[in-house]
Design a protein around this ligand. Structure first.
Ligand code: RUQ
Ligand code: CUA
Length: 668
């Protein structure tokens, strides 16, 4: 293919200024900076005129306090990074705290034409790994992000996120902030809870709506619902060296068809245990609903629901001993096996529970039922003592029941619709109140049940779901903030039509009285849950070694190299080996004949930070962003004859518009 020699091109435009601006700043400076007088860009307004500004804008001292607590000066970085689920956008949304600035959107279960997720060969293959019975699913409902942990604290290496609707789990590699793996649960259809164990031995995924295991069919009637419909807890083994979930070493525990919900893993004193709540202890199902109560009423008749208390270390040992069966390629412990081998217990919990959260010391469990105005506190030492008893009564499905009176040590009255709890570094818990639209702060007491009391409460706007706190799920919470993930924003923002933004609210918890200090609209689907990590623990790459491919997490031997580009035709396949660098694609013309298959490889050969390029081509549905050093690969059948410009979609240089080429597909 004829490529215009670079030297001739430079001579042809003959402008040294253009050259300097667009051709080759191979260092870490932004291109523009060399042309800009030092210090101009970030200079604050001269003088300092705070009083006049406060007056002119009608601010009160509280506003100014909030502004000072959240303001991060231009060019300065945030202290914390928050990973929020993107709800049914299928993504993860990344914010900086305290500024609440949006830093990134990571596509996970849904294709994204900016990142190119689902457009290149490798990411398409990753999406295919989440296929359901050969059907590629291009949506997801991301719910519960869970950061990888070492010794019970976030380590900044990986983020796990589940797809509630399709029971899939994804691994996001935080070296790249990119989705690395998607697995479809081979036994369950949908899921809700996701949690990691303290050394990321396992990622725990728990079911939501009961269905026959293994994606099977059973007519819906009373007998089948009881005997054939099932819940589940899956313990996905995480291979830390490879950074992937290993289905071969993972296992599941069959659970009754209560609708399991959220899960937390024990830590420190309670390491080896996990706690999964559920609703629908009534075992209500749609046939009951005909002419009777609607589902939400038939599922909330009982005063209590069932928490599942699971000794996962005992389950792991059981599987290793070879006694579990295998179903759809996954080790499966039956309810009877779990009940008889000290693996599974039931414990009463307040009705319609959602959050179940282990305190940072691993000693207590905070559970709240949305229809019960208390946070219920259980002692895990007492749970373990009770579990060791040989005279426990059997409950549903022959599962032994831990006595509520022996294990629950306190109930803190906090208000209406308690939903989820987070912790700080000062010995306080924070529980969201969905119905009250508030957050309650309460003191962690002791084993005897003393000292558990609410100390503060503040309104949020509105209908708060989960809360997130810096390292709030770990053995070492960092305190300072609580973020309320509010479902409704109602009157908080400039109207943008009937599809309202959600409202993430930053709450300061360092003052004696909590207070909202920032409202961040989220013009994305619902952030169900978020985790917040100290930014200094994240060590992402900023450029890739040239020729890097995410698929093998290393250099691709087939990656196009500078000076070795070209087009090769072999039978009916056209192999394109292309590089891109400011401001040129090499080669810049590709010829094909209608019907030929094109296997196109493209390397961004830049080594300068931030020097990404895009690639998009008319008519053939390819859109990519290629970070410096990265090599991508895509394929299509050139079935439409015509002239198809391709170009760089990222404004990379002063000659960005000129960074283009043609695919010419001739008639046969
Ligand atoms: S969830 S709030 Cu998975 Cu709690 Cu939606
Ligand atoms: Cu490369 Cu624009």
């Amino acid at each position: 293919m004829g490529t215009f020699p670079r030297k001739q091109f430079v001579a042809a435009i003959g402008a040294s200024a253009l050259l300097a601006a667009c051709n080759a700043p191979k260092n870490d400076q932004a291109q523009i900076s060399s042309a800009e007088p030092a210090g101009v860009g970030n200079a604050p307004p001269a003088g300092g005129n705070a009083d006049a500004i406060i007056k002119a804008r009608g601010l009160n001292p509280g506003d100014v306090d909030a502004a000072l607590r959240t303001f991060v000066p231009p060019g300065k970085h945030d202290d914390y990074v928050m990973f929020a689920s993107g709800g049914h956008s299928g993504q993860v949304v990344v914010f900086g705290l305290p500024s609440m600035r949006l830093l990134k959107v990571i596509p996970v279960f849904t294709p994204d034409s900016y990142v190119g997720w689902g457009y290149d060969f490798e990411s398409k293959a990753t999406l295919h790994d989440g296929d359901f019975k050969d059907a590629t699913i291009t949506h997801g409902d991301t719910h519960h992000p869970a950061l990888s942990e070492t010794d019970g604290d976030y380590d900044g290496r990986f983020l796990f996120i589940n797809d509630k609707v399709n029971a899939r789990v994804a691994v996001v590699d935080l070296a790249r902030f990119e989705t690395k793996q998607i697995v479809k649960n081979p036994l369950m259809i949908n899921t809700h809870g996701l949690a990691v164990t303290p050394n990321t031995e396992y990622v725990i995924e728990t079911a939501q709506y009961a269905a026959p295991l293994g994606w099977g069919y059973a007519p819906l009637n009373a007998a089948n619902f009881r005997e054939k419909y099932r819940g589940l807890a899956t313990y996905w083994k995480f291979d830390k060296n490879k950074g992937v979930l290993d289905p071969q070493k993972s296992f599941s525990i069959e659970l009754p068809p209560f609708f399991q919900d959220l899960t937390d893993a024990g830590k420190l004193d309670s390491d080896g245990w996990s706690f999964t709540n559920s609703f629908n202890s009534e075992l209500a199902y749609p046939d009951n609903w005909d002419g009777g109560l609607p589902p939400e009423a038939s599922m909330s008749q009982n005063a209590y629901d069932w928490m599942h208390v699971i000794n996962w270390k005992a389950a792991e040992a059981f599987v290793r001993s070879g006694r579990a069966s295998t179903f759809n390629g996954m080790a499966l412990i039956s309810i009877a096996q779990a009940a008889q081998n000290g693996i599974l217990y039931l414990l009463s919990e307040a009705k319609s529970p959602h959050g179940v959260d282990v305190t940072p010391d691993g000693k207590f469990l905070a559970v709240s039922g949305k229809l019960d105005p208390y946070v219920q506190i259980y002692s895990i030492a007492k749970i373990k003592t009770a579990a060791a008893r040989s005279d426990l009564k059997k409950g549903p499905y022959g599962i032994r029941v831990l006595p509520l009176t022996e294990t629950r040590i306190a109930q803190i009255p906090i208000g209406l619709g308690p939903l989820h709890t987070q912790f700080d570094d000062q010995g306080f818990g924070y529980t969201s109140l969905f119905l009250d639209s508030a957050v309650a702060k309460w003191k962690i007491g002791d084993e005897s049940g003393k000292g558990w009391e609410m100390v503060d409460k503040t309104s949020l706007q509105y209908n708060t779901g989960h809360l997130a706190a810096p390292h709030g799920d770990t053995v070492k919470p960092r305190g300072k903030y609580i973020v309320g993930l509010n479902k409704w924003s109602i009157d908080r923002f400039t109207p943008v039509g009937p599809l309202f933004p959600r409202n993430l609210q930053l709450v300061d918890v360092t003052s004696p009285k909590m207070g909202v200090i920032f409202d961040a609209p989220v013009g994305n689907a619902e952030p169900h849950y978020a985790q917040i990590i100290d930014a200094s623990l994240l060590k992402p790459m900023s450029v890739f070694p040239v020729g890097f491919t995410p698929h093998s997490n290393g250099i691709d031997p087939n990656a196009p190299k500078a000076g070795k580009e070209g087009v090769r035709i072999d039978g009916d396949t056209v192999y394109v080996s292309m590089t891109q660098a400011r401001s040129h694609f090499t080669p810049d013309v590709v010829h094909a004949k209608a019907g030929q298959k094109i296997i196109w490889r493209l390397t961004n050969t830049e080594s300068t930070k931030n020097a990404m390029h895009g690639f998009a081509i008319a008519g053939y549905n390819v859109s990519l962003t290629i970070e410096p050093g990265k090599s991508e690969h895509f394929e299509f059948i050139a079935d439409k004859p015509g002239v198809f410009p391709y170009y760089c979609t990222d404004f990379c240089s002063a000659l960005h518009l000129e960074m283009m080429g043609y695919l010419l597909v001739a008639e046969r």
